[in-house]
Design a binder for this molecule. Sequence first.
Ligand code: C2E
Ligand code: CA
Ligand code: CA
Ligand code: CA
Length: 287
Amino acid sequence: AKAAGKRQWCLYQPALQAGLMARHELNENLDTAIAESAFRLYYQPIVDLQSGDLVAFEALVRWPHDRRGMVLPDEFIALAEESGQIVPLGAWVLERATQEAAAWHALSTPARATSGLPPLRVNVNVSARQFRDAGFVDVVRDALRTSGIPPESLVLELTESVLMRRDDRARTDMRTLGELGVGIAIDDFGTGYSSLSYLREFPISVLKIDKSFIDGLGLSQQQYALVEGITRIADTLGVQVIAEGIEHPEQRDLLTTMGCPLGQGYLFAHPLTPDQAQSFITHHTTP
Ligand code: C2E
Ligand code: CA
Ligand code: CA
Ligand code: CA
């Protein structure tokens, strides 16, 4: 067994080294990419499950790379969090996403108002490291001021790692954001240590039920009851629910039956380029 272990070590070492170099290289490239604003934002529609109306877009970052192609966030967000590079990257995301939202508003707000619909919202992911940064609230303020979008059109998606922090600064910042009028969403709800008490402690306006719960909806009675229960409680507290990762019509139908208002997933649209998002808006806005 020992010999086998040794052999395996030899076998894996080059791969390990390659991994480490890639990581180092990724860090340096990230710096350049941040300096040159080399990232792209894609936008995934969030829709009203009953009417099919477009309600919001979630901004999802991508990194077009010479040799690696379009690099997905799972490959660099964690690294950027560790190194602190997420702070400037996240500020860029907020600025770009709110600017894009201003363009959507120019395109669709009057027609939407005629149909009784509020301006399109933009959901932006915020990592724990980014929220912890002392300048974060100012970055949000600046993005609102520069873009001119109404604060209610911006929703910050926070994970439980942000909400678990219950120190004074976190509370004050959360309250300030609430007072600014921006929406606050709990992302990936149901994973990790998510607790319904966050809904009571923080000014939460949106709860996003993680895809893993939606996957099992049609398969188990318990899953269904769980999602229905969460939806009911949220509704009672005036918190809007978004079901994540809807891929099949059956899942959408079960969600509408239980009264879940909003959803997002490949069934409706993949993340879109800004141009594709614009035509999606045009096709989903009846004049
Ligand atoms: P997330 O916030 O939970 O975003 C949803 C992810 O699920 C996205 O992956 C989206 O493309 C994918 N998705 C949407 N609908 C479906 C579906 O029906 N089926 C399946 N299988 N997947 C679906 P993406 O774009 O690769 O992003 C991964 C994660 O990276 C995000 O998870 C988020 O945590 C993080 N992320 C993305 N953009 C940003 C950003 O600008 N800042 C920060 N801090 N994190 C970001
Ligand atoms: Ca998210
Ligand atoms: Ca999510
Ligand atoms: Ca996720």
